[in-house]
Design a protein around this ligand. Structure first.
Ligand code: SF4
Ligand code: SF4
Length: 142
């Protein structure tokens, strides 16, 4: 990290972070793509994941974040929901290695969750606005 003196001399933060390496980082192969324009906040993904991971009521592998209510540009009230994987998410490695979809994706009745290789999901994300891509840490069971 830069010293306080370096910071005061006009430390180049852009250059620093461009050169920064996270030595704990590892490449990520797969992800979850969410089309949050059409998420209904039905909680199916949350519950399916909770059962899959065998978690107690106060723990979640994925949780829906809520933004709103706010008024949009036309003065209409709107709510936005975005399900976000937590640190407890293991990427459903046991299912995906058998060619099955993650539980959250499988149970999303609105069909707004997609699983796949990062490169493919990134292309799909570019098809429309209001998409978000989460990278997955696909941990095998110990
Ligand atoms: S990939 Fe599996 S573990 Fe991760 S949020 Fe979805 S259901 Fe839960
Ligand atoms: S199951 Fe689908 S529609 Fe329901 S909260 Fe999860 S992402 Fe949204």
């Amino acid at each position: 990290m830069p010293t306080a003196e370096e910071m005061n001399r006009g430390f180049d933060a852009v250059k620093y972070w461009a050169e920064f390496k996270d030595y704990n980082a590892k490449p990520v192969q797969h992800g979850l793509l969410i089309d949050y324009e059409f998420c209904t906040n039905c909680h199916s993904c949350e519950l399916a994941c909770q059962m899959h991971l065998g978690l107690p009521a106060e723990q979640w592998g994925i949780k829906t974040l809520e933004y709103g209510p706010i008024k949009d540009v036309n003065g209409k009230w709107e709510w936005t929901y975005v399900p976000m994987p937590t640190d407890l998410c293991d990427g459903c490695a046991d299912r995906t290695k058998e060619g099955r979809l993650p539980m959250c994706v499988h149970h999303c009745q609105a069909g707004v969750m997609f699983y796949g290789p990062i490169e493919e999901l990134a292309k799909k994300a570019a098809e429309k606005p209001k998409m978000v891509l989460f990278t997955l840490d696909e941990r095998e069971e110990a």
